[in-house]
Design a protein around this ligand. Structure first.
Ligand code: WTA
Length: 658
């Protein structure tokens, strides 16, 4: 049934016209009411000051916003706070030390229960350990870990010490890790021996060994034992977590840092091959992460059990597992593994076991659940659920309705949250106690946020019109730049609508007749595969780095489950003309090795030539048409003639991108 319900095409999106207002009961008890919009409209800066006051500041700010050096914002200027103190210590101090912070569920079924007192002890010990290693405020620490509690302790210990963390998704390759360590000049990598994936331990440290062999800035590798896999060991450089952290004192006094102190760098794909290190700072970021988490998910810290299924390797894990939720004194589930290990009901079993009340996931997973069938969630007691969320890509109305009916018992509000690594926190979303939700639409900018859909000239389009999504006002959680590259920051986000001073998100969008926003997918060369951003150029560079490849063009083709699938067209070198199964497999594996398995092309088509415009630009739209052509089917290789026939048919249709 998912075959037809795919991707962001507008025709698909506008098929469902029902709206779903919250129940009176939900609305009456909600954290956010309609007055929140009114308060923000009345005085934006005063509104954000009120939100910042939800946190503990050691020194209060003198000024809410300094935008004089645009596009480099400063929020809560002169304020000082400790982010980890806000996420941990203050909850213990206010008498909630025994509250569970994390119900951790390992993939093999082992569990750990971590209270706020435990969390404070673990974060303090980790901070003392990092200090013993000689790390100092401002140093960068790479974190390359699966979803184990130590990953969260590590992030918070960095925040506590004013170290800037750079979390690298554990599914990325050694090469991806290497380039990120190098770009940030990190001094330490924290990792594990291995990780559980699909029921089996898989090694992780070998990738670190390979990466750090070429990164002289790394002084130590701190290794958590997770799978008990045998690992290679470099004496002096490598340290077992247990040997160093366990012996530390569980007392540590946090220091307050400037509101603009760098909290983390997180790399994301851009339209060139080189990933961008998105920089987030402390006070504004935490203010917005905390505010959005509290209001969008209607978090009730005394009674809710929250679960965000993201990985800490992505921004969703940063803002909606670590900083937002913990700052709000959440009780949350953190799950290590894959959703179908050991069976396809694993998520629902976890919801039932912990009585999860708020569940936040990605459309690609919802479509996968649809494929597995509604009988699976039906076997479990999901009655604890009261808010559902979606993030990462446009959610098609069919998937939205399926989610509501089969997970939310036709009762729970669904919040479709639009945001980006760059925005730091949710920007466009319904408020569950206010908005009559519409399947497929993220609807309106949150109170305090301003978003517009504009045409080529930067003029707002009328209701019913489509164009580019822009953010026309600075916001507290906004990126403060690209690590080490201010020029690229201006170019990438601020040059398209420089005259108007708009931030251009890279997404197409449209207003419906009520003025609600519908996201239509990226308008640049960034693909969205299972909610992961991957640039076409990055995959092309990986392909041409293979000795058999002369030229490569990569497109994102609509895929019923993953949103988009990566399709590569390659021209082989003269002496490597054989484009058989083996050659194609070698290329797919090569991309996985260079970037990571998530970037492995769904299809590689060996072609004798690539369609180009007269000026030499590859005609991607045409290639996308070819890639999406149903007659191609699912085969990984195609006879040259088939592809070329399709390409020439397309050319004859007058497709052009000049
Ligand atoms: C897309 C993930 C439609 C969008 C938090 C954006 C979405 C990119 C949605 C950012 C949504 C994210 N509806 N599209 N609710 N959420 N996107 O940086 O194209 O990994 O630009 O951040 O994902 O991806 P990123």
């Amino acid at each position: 049934m998912t075959e037809q319900s795919q991707g962001p095409a507008l025709d698909n999106l506008l098929t469902e016209s029902r709206t779903f207002p919250p129940s009176d009961e939900f609305a009456a008890a909600a954290n956010a009411g309609p007055d929140l919009y009114a308060a923000a409209d009345a005085d934006r800066e005063a509104f954000w000051a009120t939100q910042a006051e939800r946190l503990h500041w050691d020194t209060k700010w003198d000024r809410v916003l300094d935008w004089s050096d645009a596009p480099f914002a400063k929020w809560f200027v002169g304020g000082k706070l400790n982010v980890a103190y806000n996420c941990v210590d203050r909850h213990v101090e206010s008498g909630h030390g025994d509250q569970v912070a994390i119900h951790w569920e390992g993939e093999p079924g082992d569990t750990r229960t971590i209270t706020y007192s435990d969390l404070l002890a673990e974060v303090s010990k980790t901070a003392n350990a990092l200090t013993e290693l000689g790390l100092q405020t401002g140093d960068r620490v790479a974190i390359y870990m699966p979803m184990v509690p130590e990953a969260i302790f590590s992030m918070l210990a960095c925040a506590r010490l004013g170290l800037t963390h750079s979390v690298v998704f554990g599914g990325f390759s050694a090469e991806a890790l290497r380039s990120r360590i190098e770009d940030a000049a990190a001094k330490l990598v924290i990792t594990t021996d291995g990780q559980y994936r699909r029921g089996k331990p898989a090694p992780l440290k070998p990738a670190v060994d390979e990466a750090v062999a070429q990164t002289p800035t790394i002084e130590h590798v701190l290794v958590v034992k997770r799978t008990d896999t045998e690992v290679a060991w470099t004496e002096g450089r490598d340290i077992w977590w247990n040997d160093l952290v366990d012996k530390q004192s569980d007392q540590h006094t946090p220091e307050a840092f400037d509101s603009e102190h760098p909290l983390y760098i997180l790399y994301t794909s851009g339209t060139t091959g080189k990933p961008k290190g998105i920089l987030h700072t402390s006070g504004g970021y935490l203010t917005q992460a905390s505010y959005t988490h509290f209001n969008v998910f209607d978090l009730k810290p005394d009674s809710d059990v929250y679960w965000c299924t993201a990985d800490i390797g992505w921004v969703t894990g940063h803002s909606y597992i670590v900083y937002g939720p913990l700052s709000n004194r959440v009780t949350q589930v953190v799950y290590e593994g894959t959703p179908n290990t050991p069976h396809e009901g694993r998520h629902w079993e976890i919801v039932q076991k912990y009585k999860v009340s708020i569940y936040y996931t990605a459309p690609t997973l919802i479509r996968t659940f649809m494929k597995w069938g509604k009988d699976i969630p039906a076997k479990y007691d999901l009655s604890s659920l009261r808010v559902l969320g979606s993030v990462g890509e446009p959610i098609n109305p069919e998937a939205w309705i399926w989610y509501r009916e089969n997970v939310g018992a036709n009762r729970t509000p669904i919040v479709d949250t639009w945001w980006q690594t760059e925005t730091g926190s949710i920007m466009i979303s319904p408020l569950p106690g206010v908005t009559a939700t519409k399947p497929g639409s993220a609807q309106k900018a949150l109170p305090g946020i301003s978003a517009k859909v504009v045409d080529d000239q930067g003029k707002e389009v009328p209701h019913g019109g489509g164009g580019y999504l822009v953010l026309d006002q600075p916001w507290p959680g906004m990126l403060r730049g690209i690590w080490g590259d201010n020029e690229r920051y201006r170019d990438t986000y601020w040059s398209r609508f420089a005259e108007q001073g708009f931030y251009f998100a890279g997404d197409g969008a449209k207003y419906d007749n009520d003025g609600d926003i519908w996201l239509l997918g990226r308008v640049d060369d960034v693909m969205n595969v299972s909610g992961h951003r991957i640039s076409t150029t990055e995959v092309e560079s990986a392909l041409v780095s293979h000795p058999t490849v002369a030229e490569a063009a990569v497109v994102g083709a609509t895929d019923p489950t993953t949103g988009q699938g990566i399709v590569a067209f390659v021209i082989l070198r003269g002496d490597a003309v054989d484009g058989g199964e083996d050659a194609v497999k070698a290329l797919r594996d090569h991309v996985a090795k260079e970037i990571g398995p998530i970037a492995k092309p769904r299809q590689v088509m060996v072609v004798p030539e690539l369609p180009k415009t007269r000026s030499g630009k590859i005609m991607r739209r045409l290639l996308r048409d070819v890639a999406e052509n149903r007659s191609i089917g699912d085969v990984t290789t195609l006879a040259d003639s088939t592809v070329m026939d399709l390409i020439s048919q397309g050319l004859n249709k007058g497709s052009s991108e000049d």
